[in-house]
Every structure is written in C-alpha cells, then in structure tokens.
Design a protein around this ligand. Structure first.
Ligand code: AMP
Ligand code: GLY
Length: 436
C-alpha cells in the first residue's frame, strides 16, 4: 500500500514513523515532509495550504496538485496532519476524485475552524464547557470587558491561530490589550476578527483523541500537553512544548468521556449536516466540577502524537483505514503500558519571531539513548547539514517503564543536542513523577 502524508511537522514524522512499521505499507510519500521524514520516506515538494498565508485560491491550487499527485502515484491512503488543508477542503477534493483520505470534510472541520461555532454546537448538545460570549464587533467586546466580564477570563481568536490565539487576562487592561491585539491588529491572523471571551477554568489539562468512522468511536490513550512557552505554565501560549502519556484520571474526577462528550458532539454534528469522520481531539480541563471541553480539534495533536505513537503496538495503517472504511468496531489496538515523554526543542524567540537555518548537532547521539526517538518538527537539510526550519524544531521522545524513567531519558537525550538559540521547558512530566 502506498501512503501520502500531508504536512511537515513532528506529528507527521511520528505518523510516518509508525506507518513505516505496518506490514501493509510499501511506500510513504510526505508532502512536503521535513529532514526527518526524508530519512525513510520520499518527500515531495508540493506546498500544503497554510493558516496564515496564500489565500483561498492558493489553497485550492495546492490541493489540486496533491490530488493529481495521489492519482498519478496510485496512493491508497492519504493522511492529513495539519488543520489548514482540512479547513480548505482537502478531504472533499480527494473523495470527489475517488481517493481514500483520513480526516473530516471542510464542513465538519469547522468544529476547530470556528471556536464560536464549536461553542454553539456544544451548548446545543449539552456538552460541559466554559461559559462564554462571542463578539465580532470590537466596541461590543470592549463594552463587555468593561461592564460585565469576570476576571480572570480567557480571550480567544475564534478562527485559526496555530495555538497562539488564546490570551489569559487577569484584569480589564489585559483583556482590552488582548482584543486590541487579536481583533484590531489581528496579530495572529484574520482568525481574530471574531473573539470568544470565556470564563477562566482552573484545573489540569487533558488531550483526548477519538477515532470516529461515522458509526463507532475508538478512544486513544489520554495525553497531557504543555501549552505555555516556559516552565510552570508561564509565558505565552504555543502550539505545545511537550507531552506525556499515559494520564491516569483521579477516580473522583472519572467520568464517561465518550457518552458525555464525544457521542453528543458527533450526534449534533450529524444533525447539523456535517457528519464527522477522522480523529476528533478535544482539549479538556479537569475542574473540580468535573471535566469541561476547552476546544475541539479536527486532527491529531502536535506534540501529543509524538508522545503517543511510540506506545502503539498495533498496525496504525489498519486503524486509519478502518476509520475511513467505517469498520472501527472490528479493531482493537494494543498500547504499550510504558510511559512516554516528549520535550519540544524550540528556536530562540518562539512562539514569537525566530531565526531559522541554525545548524543542529547531536541528534544521532541523542537517539543512541535507550527508548529515545527524535521526531523532526521544523528541520531541513542545507549543504548536507541538518538545520532549523521552524519555531518548534525537534520533539525528543523517550519511552520508559514509568514517567520518571521516560522523563529522565528525554532530558538525557536533550543534553546531546544543540543549536543556536535552542530553548525548551524543563518541567515536562515533572508533576506526574512526583505523583507516582
Ligand atoms: P484552546 O485553543 O481553546 O484549547 O486554548 C489553548 C490553551 O489555552 C488551552 O490548552 C489552555 O491551556 C488555555 N485555555 C483555553 N481556554 C481556557 C479557559 N477557559 N480557562 C483556562 N485556560 C484556558
Ligand atoms: N498540542 C495542541 C494542538 O495540537 O492543538
């Protein structure tokens, strides 16, 4: 079977790495891939629609080129990593050409594309989430902040912002500044034209991943992502600076995630004429009142996928194909009981402006440490040398018998790696080690 993976980050590297182990898979193409996927896949230089650039026409052209490539190369399964091509209708276009593709249609992907719409869907479906108001008018948002808002609150760009459109605000001034940035200046892109202002939820976070085939739901193990740039939840929001799995839910907070959150969301989507297929990835906050949904994503998490994939002991191709074919009820994946810890190494300045093209050293040495795999996020080859090519550069992952061993291995591996400006959090998985 021939696979096409769409995207170029650590998530796509991890998916390709796991698919390469499948007994069914003979060839893997990555469009456009990165220096990590180039080592065992065939990278194809077809650009992929991006959230912040290009416009609708460019996105359509990119998708048409991907369809042509898939048809010409008899691709059996296309797996889409990032959200932007899903928003732009890649699944609709592939399916219209009779190609098998893993992911939701553009209509169903709105569950992530518009936080305002997702909130509406959750309210209709009776899904527990933070109280909120949506605004597309700056003056109305401002008046709400001055007169009615309770602090702390969370101001979010309703549209796509690569995980950087959420600002936690402690007072009026911070909230005013947030709407100025997101709505008026659109510093995170046009997705800030509408904002959602919502109640701040206190608790610990949890990423869920659910394969949905139109009938059945298959839950993957929980992962914890670390979203802020610096240790102990300080600094600006990022796409994710690390991830750990498994996460054991305290018994008093236990609830039935599939019947309480996933099934109602799928039913509501179906009723709204946008049936969901692919992986549904809710971010939960475990509050003292129980779990609440922070957001729904329409794809695999990054870096959650880098932490999760090494624990999968079954054939990923079979799981993804069963999702596409509507036969998920016939598969039962096996997961290693080992713990997995992923630490992201980022470029200096990330999540803000950052340089690229810095030489990366030590990846091979890092991978000699038992249990360690280094997934490439933003890397490229220049004159034979491995160089940085993005904000998040590498996702250093280690499997260990428990969280302490996994964490220790990941940080040992990081000691071997270096590039100019490299920064990373040193607290990934720390609290889990203390708890166990
Ligand atoms: P989202 O894109 O909505 O998942 O938000 C990104 C991150 O912002 C989440 O993972 C949380 O860390 C934080 N966040 C979002 N909404 C809230 C909220 N209502 N209360 C507290 N933190 C939040
Ligand atoms: N790590 C969070 C995300 O992929 O949205």
């Amino acid at each position: 079977m021939k696979i096409l993976i769409v995207g170029s980050g650590g998530r796509e590297h991890a998916l390709a790495w796991q698919l390469a182990k499948s007994k069914h898979v003979t060839r893997i193409f990555c469009a456009p891939g990165n220096a990590g996927t180039a080592e065992f896949c065939e990278n194809v230089p077809i650009p992929v629609p991006d959230i912040l650039g290009g416009g609708e026409d460019k996105a359509k052209e990119n998708i048409a080129n991907l369809v042509t490539f898939a048809l010409q190369n008899n691709i059996d399964l296309t797996v889409v990593g990032p959200e932007a091509p899903l928003f732009a209708g890649i699944v609709n276009a592939f399916e219209a050409s009779g190609l098998t593709i893993f992911g939701p249609t553009a209509q169903a992907a709105q569950i992530e594309e518009s936080k305002a719409q997702a909130k509406q869907m959750m309210n209709r479906a009776g899904i527990s989430t933070a109280e909120h108001r949506s605004f597309d008018d700056y003056d109305k948002a401002y008046a709400y902040i001055i007169n009615d808002c309770v602090f702390p609150c969370c101001v979010k760009a309703s549209g796509p912002a690569k995980g950087k459109g959420v600002i936690i605000c402690n007072d009026h001034l911070e909230a005013e500044n947030a709407i100025l940035r997101l709505m008026a200046r659109q510093t995170e892109g046009p997705g800030g034209a509408t904002v959602v202002i919502e109640e701040f939820l206190d608790g610990s976070e949890l990423s869920g991943h659910y394969l949905c085939d139109g009938n059945s739901v298959l839950a993957l193990p929980f992962v914890r992502d670390y979203k802020s740039a610096y240790n102990h939840s300080s600094g600006p929001m990022t796409g994710g600076m690390g991830a750990v799995t498994p996460i054991i839910i305290d018994s008093h907070r236990k609830c039935e995630f599939v019947p309480w959150f996933i099934k109602p969301a799928l039913k509501q989507m179906q009723d709204m004429g946008m049936p969901y297929k692919g992986v549904l990835f809710p971010g939960f906050m475990l509050t003292i009142e129980g779990p609440k949904v922070l957001e729904f994503n329409c794809r695999f998490g990054d870096p959650e996928t880098e932490a999760l994939m090494p624990r999968l002991e079954s054939d990923l191709f079979e799981l993804l194909m069963a999702t596409c074919r509507g036969t998920l009820d016939s598969v039962e994946p096996k997961w290693s009981t080992a713990a997995s810890c992923t630490v992201v190494l980022a470029s200096g300045g990330y999540p803000g402006r950052h340089a690229i093209g810095k030489v990366i050293e030590g990846v091979e040495d890092a991978e000699k440490i038992p249990g360690v795999t280094v997934f490439h996020c933003g890397t490229a080859r220049k004159d034979g040398q491995l160089v940085t090519a993005g904000g998040r550069v590498l996702a250093v992952t280690c499997l260990g018998d428990d969280h302490s061993l996994a964490r220790r291995g990941a940080y040992e591996a990081i000691k071997k790696i270096d590039f100019d400006g490299m920064h990373y959090r040193t607290d990934i998985g720390e609290s889990l080690c203390r708890a166990h």
